[in-house]
Design a protein around this ligand. Structure first.
Ligand code: ZN
Length: 163
């Protein structure tokens, strides 16, 4: 289907697919999270190294179609150096974009904007969305693990404890 995309989108996507940025392993990553899109056979593992509340470094490993691998490369490039709340906003902006909304003017999507062309092919939206779904899962797991690791344990489970 990639030949059916507008030329501009296609070039950006193929460029990332052929020469992915940020692919490889990442020793010292606090977050390593993987996910698959069984509909297409795409698989991605993201490694994130956090420092000072920022995503300091991102690497990914994966296999699958051009859309899925290009999306991972683009996302990694946009996330690197971003504070965690901004990373979440970027992910939300990509979800909104794929649901048919216009690009959020407050969020710099960079090359990710090329994925807007994929919206015409609903089956392939999952290929693109795999990357940010995987990263979001990793960030959520991490914050859950670390919200309880501050050293201040409750003495007894209170009535408001849902854990
Ligand atoms: Zn795919």
């Amino acid at each position: 289907m990639i030949e059916q995309l507008d030329e501009l989108y296609r070039e950006v996507i193929l460029d990332h697919f052929r020469r992915p940025t940020h692919s490889g392993e990442l020793p010292g990553a606090q977050i390593s999270v993987e996910g698959t899109n069984p509909l297409c056979g795409d698989a991605l593992t993201f490694h994130l190294r956090l420092e000072d509340g920022k995503i300091q470094q991102v690497r990914f490993q994966g296999k699958g179609c051009a859309i899925s691998q290009a999306a991972a490369s683009m996302l990694a490039g946009q996330l690197e150096g971003k504070p965690l709340p901004e990373s979440r906003r970027l992910i939300e902006a990509m979800k909104a974009l794929m649901q048919g909304q216009g690009p959020d003017p407050a969020v710099d999507l960079g090359d990710l904007e090329a994925l807007a062309g994929v919206r015409k092919f609903p089956v392939r939206i999952k290929c693109a969305a795999l990357s940010w779904n995987v990263v979001e899962q990793g960030l959520t797991d991490y914050s859950q693990q670390h919200s309880g690791a501050t050293g201040c344990k409750p003495q007894a489970p209170g009535p408001a404890s849902l854990a």
